[in-house]
Design a protein around this ligand. Structure first.
Ligand SMILES: *[C@@H]1O[C@H](CO)[C@@H](O)[C@H](O)[C@H]1NC(C)=O
Length: 263
């Protein structure tokens, strides 16, 4: 369990419904704390970035490379680069520092300072699998305390099928205020965004340690948890097609969202 809390571990239980028959309900079972129901899933994908020493030793996650120019009120673009995804495993089996001398795990870095080509260097990984169809998705994350970044752990199928956990470090600066996690679903323009956007206060500060962020996606609903505590549930905008997972960390200086640039 200590390993879970210190590493960036993602459990994705995707299932193909026709494989789950009454004759053989084989697979992995999750328990919904909210509705007290159990679900059976056929597949598991688990990644232990606490001990991964070579990014090519695994095929489940791909570092992403792309850039987009500044849009809207953002003064800068974004540039997802290979070098901003940094492996920082523990030197041995246990401990509290990775080989870099910082918190262990996969580092998704946002580069400080004014970018040279107009786009802020940022980090992103996404699953090679794009066939995840329902599941319980979990990541152990320690967020940055540096003002001016956005981070996300999300399921993506299309702009009309997306389930997000989003972090804005600007919301974690005032010790007198509860830190809000942003729970966001994208389901297309016909669904009111009021129903799909939920800032939710956490009982801890995301930069103070590793915490488990989780969303369960079933045909009926999406349920969010942090450290096993229920946060929010919705039956509106539930995606109906398979997709993949992404983890990223970025900034574009937009005062209305990431703010920044980070120092
Ligand atoms: C993005 O980063 C790459 C790698 O560091 C660099 O070669 C490229 O010029 C950058 N592009 C922009 C638009 O910043």
């Amino acid at each position: 369990m200590a390993h879970l809390l210190y590493s960036l571990v993602v459990l994705a239980y995707a299932f193909v419904p026709q494989l789950v028959s009454a004759a053989c309900e084989c697979g992995y079972q999750t328990h919904s704390i909210k509705s007290n129901e159990n679900k059976v899933f056929t597949d598991v994908l688990e990644s232990d970035f606490l001990h991964l020493k070579d990014i090519n030793a695994q095929q489940d996650w791909k570092r992403q490379v792309w850039d987009i120019p500044a849009v809207g009120t953002a003064p800068w673009g974004r540039n997802m680069t290979l070098e901003n995804v940094i492996l920082n495993p523990l030197p041995g089996d246990v401990g509290t520092e990775g080989v870099n001398g910082r918190d262990p795990g996969l580092e998704l870095r946002v580069s400080a300072g004014e970018p040279r080509r107009g786009a802020v260097k940022s980090g992103e990984v996404a699953t090679a699998r794009r066939d995840m169809f329902y599941g319980s998705f979990r990541a152990g994350i320690k967020y940055t305390g540096q003002h001016g970044t956005c981070g996300a752990f999300f399921f993506y199928q299309s702009d009309r099928g997306e389930i997000d956990v989003e972090f804005l470090s600007k919301l974690y600066q005032d010790p007198a205020k509860a830190a809000d996690l942003l729970l966001v679903i994208h389901a297309g323009p016909e669904v009111s965004t009021n129903e799909l956007f939920r800032p939710t206060p956490l009982s801890f500060r995301p930069q103070d340690g590793y915490h488990e962020y989780r969303f369960d996606w079933t045909p009926e609903r999406i349920t969010y948890y942090a450290d096993g505590q229920f946060l929010w549930e919705t039956s509106v905008g539930v995606p109906k097609q398979a997709g993949g997972l992404t983890l990223n960390h970025w900034s574009n200086g937009d005062p209305g969202w990431s703010s920044g640039l980070p120092a």
